[in-house]
Design a protein around this ligand. Structure first.
Ligand SMILES: *Cc1c(COP(=O)(O)O)cnc(C)c1O
Length: 440
């Protein structure tokens, strides 16, 4: 009998170590082979349960295998519904488009047409950039410090991370980088700086086709753009003939409470990119929402073989049906977001306000530990105690909490207890050893 867990000899990870590229990343922080998942929990092959605050990096906002979505998908598969249909008209797509229009767009008076690019976030960003350049006849794009927009070449040009940019192995052009809100401290309004540069014909910044912005920088370190700053950037973009692209791939689909993260600021972006949680089930799916007046695409100008993941249409439609017909999910995200904030603030205060501070918005929040090494130790300690979390920020110094939006409050508290214990054992030893909650 061969041991299924170690077909290549050695340890439990031998298969991956022998056969998978070194490019794998998350797996390295969580050395365990997972087998099942439900709600906020992942189960390892040996049955050990883990609380998941990583959640496919906000791709699983409704939790793992949400029952309502699972049954819709199972029914569709059982009835021989179309799986792959290029971009042919089909019922699954029709049903998604109608649901999206009726549940999301119409109530918000957003007159967007929907483009289905390839099924990843980077695909959506590439399409958005191309379209903005085509419409305006300009090539420059304004992107912000610490922004993350994906790693294909066009998207990567807009991404800040030096590590990811270096992997391109070629010049990344066509983008002017400007400071995000707060980048130069609270006394500098970086929107004014943007306006100044675009108003000065000799600033050296070419007139942009678009400004691309995240309302909360997920990968960049949970930096939150202020409402006023966002509104100002939108006005400045318009005044200078540039389109406003909001990249809502991570912050959208309820992560900050409303369906779109830009609703709180009252923005009406020209183009919106979505992916991650839009299918609701972890199935690959991406959207580009285009203001109807700006839909200047010619047929097939931007294409791809996988532009219609019918299974994702089915689960996305079921998610809209189940979670977005009322305001109750958004309201519970507001509540749990506040809980998350107060716990993280409390942890930071308790252990060392100089070495820890809470940041983020809604249910995408975290704790800035000022050191990648410390954050790494906290993540690994939390994992040993049954919690998955990831790091974000330029030095991976921010421990990020992305619990499912539907998590029960006691599970949320349980996860935060584990995080607090981990922080206590890593940085609290000098200050607060007496107050560590009893766990280990
Ligand atoms: C994850 C992410 C992307 C890239 O999406 P992929 O599906 O990984 O290509 C782009 N923008 C933001 C804001 C993201 O968080």
């Amino acid at each position: 009998m061969t041991d299924r867990s170690a077909p290549y000899g050695g340890d439990e990870f031998a298969t991956f170590n022998h056969l998978e590229s070194e490019v794998r990343s998350y797996a390295r922080s969580f050395p365990v082979v997972f087998a099942r998942a439900q709600g906020a929990q992942l189960f390892a092959r040996d049955g050990t349960a883990y609380l998941d605050f990583l959640m496919g990096c906000s791709s699983l906002n409704y939790g793992h295998n949400p029952p309502e979505l699972k049954s819709a998908l199972a029914d569709y598969i059982a009835s021989d519904g179309i799986t792959h249909g290029l971009d042919l008209y089909n019922e699954a797509k029709e049903s998604f488009l109608r649901g999206f229009h009726e549940t999301i767009l119409r109530p918000r008076q957003l007159d967007y047409v929907v483009q289905f690019p390839g099924p990843t976030g980077a695909n959506a960003v590439e399409a958005a950039l191309k379209l903005a350049r085509k419409i305006t006849g300009r090539s420059n794009i304004i992107a912000f410090t610490n922004g993350f927009h994906g790693v294909s070449l066009g998207a990567l040009s807009c991404t800040g991370s030096r590590y990811h940019r270096a992997a391109a192995g070629q010049l990344l052009g066509g983008v002017t980088r400007l400071p995000y809100d707060g980048y130069l401290g609270s006394s500098v309004d970086t929107a004014d700086y943007l306006d100044h540069l675009l108003s000065d014909a000799s600033s050296g910044v070419d007139a942009p086709a678009a400004v691309i912005v995240e309302t909360v920088q997920g990968e960049g370190g949970l930096n939150v753009a202020g409402t006023e700053w966002l509104r100002k950037v939108a006005v400045i973009a318009r005044r200078h003939g540039a389109l406003l692209i909001v990249d809502d791939i991570q912050a959208g689909v309820g992560r900050t409470d409303a369906f779109f993260s830009f609703e709180a600021a009252g923005l009406r972006p020209d183009i919106v990119t979505m992916a991650k949680s839009i299918s609701g089930y972890g199935l690959p799916m991406a959207l580009v929402l285009i203001d109807r007046q700006l839909d200047k695409w010619e047929p097939g100008e931007h294409n791809g073989t996988f532009r219609g993941n019918c299974h994702a249409f089915v689960t996305a439609r079921a998610a809209l049906e189940h979670f977005w017909r009322t305001d109750s999910l958004a309201a519970s995200v507001r509540e749990k977001g506040n809980l998350l904030k107060s716990r993280l603030d409390h942890i930071a205060q308790k252990y060392d306000p100089d070495r820890a501070s809470a940041k983020g918005r809604g249910m995408m929040r975290g704790i800035d530990l000022k050191s990648g090494q410390v954050a790494g130790q906290v993540i690994s300690t939390a994992f040993q105690n049954g919690l998955l979390l990831e790091a974000a920020g330029p030095k991976d110094e921010i421990v990020k909490c992305l619990p499912p939006l539907v998590i029960a409050e006691d599970q949320l508290s349980q996860g935060l207890d584990v995080l607090e214990d981990a922080i206590a054992s890593v940085i609290g030893s000098t200050r607060a050893c007496g107050s560590v909650r009893g766990k280990s």
